[in-house]
Design a protein around this ligand. Structure first.
Ligand code: SER
Length: 340
């Protein structure tokens, strides 16, 4: 097994350490630390809290006054649109924590970029040579900030289309161009023909959204009252990078759950074949969703978010059976997830 990155104290590389370091960094920059909102959103357009910005949507839309000009959160999120990829790729999850810093009409692009870089290179001590950034195709301002103020070589500032670098939580609502920071596991491969979609080389870990438009049902963009910042750093992804693991599942945020499931099944995660590994990863992922959904008051049912919960529970049971586990076992595995 690989060890954590040299130069960082172990406490900063644990999931809990990363969360704390992020929130503390932004608290020191004048942000109020707000608690994670429930997975059951106020927003009627989605069934679950799918992004760190969701609780702030009414503020971005000017429907509610911001309680503070700057906030930072670690928001529990669930997305099930890629559920079939869970366990099959290095980093698809249903449950994840999104670390975010938010500006409600306070600071904008320049400051968000500068702090994201400082946090990545000074607090998490990522080597700038391992970092590469993307900007929205037309966003010359963001390009110039990265090149002239941060000093990223222009070959490592990649312009991307709407599909990758224009962020919106839903078909309608607050949105804007974004700029993402990726970790490059193989900078020695050079800067020619960079393909940020190549997940054997790159992992996107920090998304900075320059939240400045409202999109209506016809796709028209209207400027919001204020220029806002919405960022998201995937806790599990930063843990993968700092713990030098081949995937998010083997980080301390999920692996203890996998270990419990493997013990119940009487198998060794590192020795089993690929399909059993996938089953263990699915259990590791879904049990986190299930535990957090139930603790936020969701009950299994045939409709809406209750159906999502039921589906997740069924999938855990099915993958347990595929591993040869007989009888009830979710409660035991869930205890591990709750303890984390
Ligand atoms: N809302 C953006 C995202 O989820 C940044 O937080 O990626």
């Amino acid at each position: 097994m690989s060890t954590s990155k040299p130069g960082l104290e172990k406490s900063v590389t644990t999931g809990a350490g990363i969360r704390q370091a992020f929130l503390k960094f932004y608290e020191d920059k004048g942000h109020a630390i707000l608690p994670s909102a429930s997975l059951v959103p106020e927003d009627p357009t989605v069934l679950l809290t799918i992004a760190g910005m969701l609780p702030f949507k009414p503020i971005f839309l000017g429907q509610r006054k911001a309680p503070v000009p700057r906030a930072t959160t670690s928001q529990k999120c669930i997305r099930t649109n890629d559920i079939e990829n869970v366990g099959r790729t290095a980093r698809h999850h249903t449950f994840f924590e999104m670390l975010g810093n938010f500006s409600f009409g306070d600071y904008f692009k320049e400051q968000a970029v500068a702090w994201a870089w400082e946090l990545s290179t000074k607090v998490f001590k990522l080597d700038p040579k391992n970092l590469i950034v993307s900007v929205f195709r037309e966003d010359d301002d963001a390009f110039a900030i990265w090149r002239d103020q941060v000093g990223v070589p222009k070959e490592r500032i990649i312009r991307m289309d709407e599909a990758d670098n224009f962020w919106t939580s839903c078909p309608t609502g607050p949105c804007g161009p974004c700029s993402e920071i990726y970790y490059d596991f193989h900078p020695e491969r050079g800067d020619d023909n960079i393909d940020l979609e190549d997940d054997t080389r790159f992992i996107e870990f920090y998304n900075l959204v320059f939240m400045q438009y409202n999109r209506d049902a016809d796709g028209n963009l209207t400027p919001l009252q204020a220029q806002n910042i919405d960022t998201g750093m995937g806790l599990e992804r930063m843990a993968q990078i700092l713990q030098a693991k081949p995937n998010n599942y083997e980080t301390d945020l999920i692996f203890p759950i996998i270990k419990t499931a493997a013990e119940i099944a009487g198998v060794d995660y590192f020795a089993v074949d690929e399909s059993a590994k996938i089953s263990l990863k699915v259990i590791g992922d879904h049990v986190r969703s299930v535990a957090h959904m139930i603790s936020d008051g969701i009950t299994a049912s045939n409709v809406g978010r209750g159906y999502i919960l039921r589906r997740l529970i069924r999938r855990v049971v099915r993958h347990g059976r595929l591993l040869g586990i007989e009888g009830a076992f979710i409660n035991q595995v869930a205890e591990g997830a709750i303890a984390l």
